[in-house]
Design a protein around this ligand. Structure first.
Ligand SMILES: [Zn+2]
Length: 364
């Protein structure tokens, strides 16, 4: 198996098209056509993690955070980033980072936190805009059912908890082919009328080329009439943060202790405990201060995230409890999840969970 095949699996889970603009995700280092000897999965790529990859005979590191974030102007070994990159290059080790592509995925970082806390009725906290497109095409009615099935198979027609969604209307299409044409219905040089079905389906933008290839493959006409339009709708399946509900209300302190235990944290920094009981929970792995207002608007009783500053805690007001569980702690299970995911897809070599604790924050 080559690096690109592993990337294809990762992209199925967390398409790079939905990573944040500020981010640096994807293959950061290495050759996509290189044969993979083994994969090491980590939250952060540090020099010690590269050492671990060498010892484990892994020439691909799948990392949550990107080691190269801002851009490197010199690689002299002066900083930990430069030293890590140098060591990886010297040892022919590729590095792939998922970061916000996995933050924004439906089955990503925040789904993992929700599952760890046993939350149900999960929904994305901040759904992305500008990621849904619509395909409309016109096809002889006799062929409509077969094409629809192929478009669904290619990933179109998913809305929230529903799949196979489409709108269809019957009408009459007309065309006349010139001397170079070869119409499957009608004769060249003569106007033809055909009973056609107009099919409209929505799809996530990253599958556009795959969907158009499917359309051209299964549409019987020589020239396929179609339109692709971009929609402004929020995407219920892509976005950052998540809200979910506890099976039954829990006393606030009982719940926070439960979070400590489940998320393996030694302390939680929190705002005033303004609620006696917790039912609705908002979560956002990593730095989440930008999502405080969204968490409040969602009606959540508590917002579990990290990297909150002193003044962020004031903004809880009397609406919500803000709980900072630590950046590493909030994302730590992501690496276990990636190992499980890749292990199911790849059986011919090892997918290894890094045992290096890369958390730079220590507690007394
Ligand atoms: Zn992070």
């Amino acid at each position: 198996m080559i690096v690109q095949e592993v990337i294809n699996y990762l992209e199925e889970l967390a398409p790079i098209a939905y990573a944040e603009d500020f981010d640096n995700v994807g293959l950061l280092l290495g050759n996509k056509n290189a044969q993979v000897s083994g994969i090491l999965v980590t939250l952060d790529t540090l020099e010690t993690v590269v050492d671990e990859a060498i010892a484990q005979n892994c020439n691909l590191i799948v990392s949550f955070h990107p080691i190269v974030f801002k851009g490197l102007k010199k690689i002299t070994g002066k900083t930990y980033v430069e030293r890590t990159v140098l060591k990886a290059i010297k040892n022919d080790i590729a590095i792939y980072a998922v970061h916000t592509a996995l933050d924004n995925a439906l089955k990503g970082v925040n789904d993992i936190i929700c599952n760890t806390l046993g939350l149900s009725n999960k929904k994305i906290l901040i759904p992305q805009k500008g990621t849904i497109k619509k395909l409309t095409t016109y096809i002889p009615s006799a062929n409509a059912q077969a094409l629809r099935a192929q478009l669904f198979k290619a990933g179109a027609g998913n809305i929230g908890n529903y799949d196979n969604c489409s709108f269809n209307s019957e009408g009459v299409g007309t065309y006349r082919g010139n001397e170079n044409s070869n119409p499957i219905l009608g004769k060249k040089g003569e106007e033809h009328q055909e009973c056609e079905t107009q099919i409209s389906v929505t799809f996530n933008k990253h599958i556009e080329s795959k969907l158009l290839n499917t359309l051209f493959k299964y549409h019987p006409y020589e020239e396929v009439a179609f339109e692709v339009t971009s929609l402004d709708n929020y995407n219920q399946n892509i976005g950052i943060g998540m809200i979910g509900e506890l099976e039954s209300k829990q006393e606030t302190e009982v719940f926070l202790n439960f979070v400590k235990q489940k998320m393996n944290v030694s302390c939680i920094k929190h705002s005033k405990l303004i609620k006696d009981k917790i039912s609705k929970v908002a979560v956002l792995g990593g730095s989440g201060s930008f999502a405080i207002s969204a968490a409040k608007a969602s009606g959540a009783d508590v917002f579990i995230t990290s990297d909150l500053k002193y003044h962020d805690f004031f903004s809880a007001e009397n609406d919500i409890i803000l709980a900072d569980i630590g950046h590493y702690e909030s994302e730590q299970f992501t690496k276990n999840f990636l190992v499980d995911y890749l292990s199911k897809k790849i059986t011919n070599f090892a997918v290894v969970l890094s045992t290096t604790n890369t958390n730079p924050v220590k507690y007394l």
